[in-house]
Design a protein around this ligand. Structure first.
Ligand code: GAR
Length: 200
């Protein structure tokens, strides 16, 4: 049984998918904290509906990144998670935060990395004209959307797609991909060899 702390900034559909998988007995995990950096995130209401008290740590209320992260780290220390699960968390993490949870912070990104890191990945994919895109669950390191890859899922990019239709197709795959990644991390031994995550 792995302990998960969820960090989010938005509507929280990946968080809800993880919760649903736990409830359905498909993922042996426990959500021990939900933290949002945005007081208006839809994920907070979602969290309360699902029975978790969400912590709001509004980054705008702190003098700088270090002070904001110190408060998030304090909550994480209390919750004692095995993994810090970024689920639409739109803040860059400092090197010292990453070091505190080295190879224990996961993120989901709506492209097949290393293509299209950063913001608006789906719009970047359309503008580039790729025929296949998808999503990536990876460990977080100091690079932007750059750490070792745990799971990827691909979707076609169709001629009629705009950012919204491609985002919806990718999001459907994100939910399964995040659950699959956490299943792998909870159930199997793994090593990280350079950039490769190897499961035994
Ligand atoms: C998801 O599409 C996720 O891949 C993306 O934010 C959305 C959050 O949705 N994350 C990033 O772009 C991170 N760079 P959700 O709040 O419904 O889970």
């Amino acid at each position: 049984m792995i302990r998960l702390a969820i960090l989010l900034s938005g509507r929280g559909s990946n968080f809800a998918a993880i919760h649903d998988a736990i409830s359905a007995g498909k993922l042996e995990a426990e959500i021990v904290a939900v933290i949002s950096n945005r007081p208006d995130a839809g994920g907070i209401a979602r969290s309360l509906e699902l029975g978790y008290a969400a912590h709001v740590v509004d980054h705008k209320a702190f003098a700088n990144r270090a002070a904001h992260e110190a408060e998030v780290l304090r909550l994480l220390r209390d919750a004692n998670p095995d993994f810090v699960v970024l689920a639409g968390y739109m803040r860059l993490l400092s090197a010292s935060f990453i070091e505190a949870y080295r190879n224990r912070i996961t993120n989901i990104h709506p492209s097949l990395l290393p293509s299209f890191p950063g913001v608006d990945a789906q719009a970047q994919a359309i503008a580039h004209g790729v025929k296949v895109s998808g999503c990536t669950v990876h460990f977080v390191d100091e690079g932007l959307d750059a750490g070792p890859i745990i799971v990827q899922r691909a979707v076609p990019v169709l001629d009629g797609d705009d950012e919204s239709s491609l985002s919806a197709r990718i999001l459907e795959q994100e939910h399964g991909a995040y659950v699959e990644a956490l299943q792998k991390l909870s159930g199997r031994r793994y090593t990280i060899d350079g950039r490769r995550v190897l499961f035994s």
